[in-house]
Ligand binder design. Structure first.
Ligand SMILES: [Zn+2]
Length: 67
């Protein structure tokens, strides 16, 4: 075991990193999956997207930061 327990990376994302005029940020998500789940809800509520288009999903994935 290289990293030990409790040192998992956290995932961060901010809406503005994909060109949205939006201050929304996700911090401390435990997986890329979790980020996407949060964003689905956010996109619907804040951006009126009932579904996130595939090209936007690709952009989002490229801009998720692991810290
Ligand atoms: Zn947003």
């Amino acid at each position: 075991m290289v990293f030990g327990f409790g040192r998992k990376k956290k995932f961060e994302f901010s809406c503005s990193s994909v060109g949205m005029n939006c201050e929304f940020e996700i911090k401390g998500a435990s997986s890329e999956q979790e980020v996407m789940e949060i964003l689905k809800v956010h996109a619907k509520n804040a951006h009126n997207m009932s579904e996130i288009p595939q090209d936007v999903i690709n952009k989002i994935k490229q801009n998720i930061r692991k810290v």
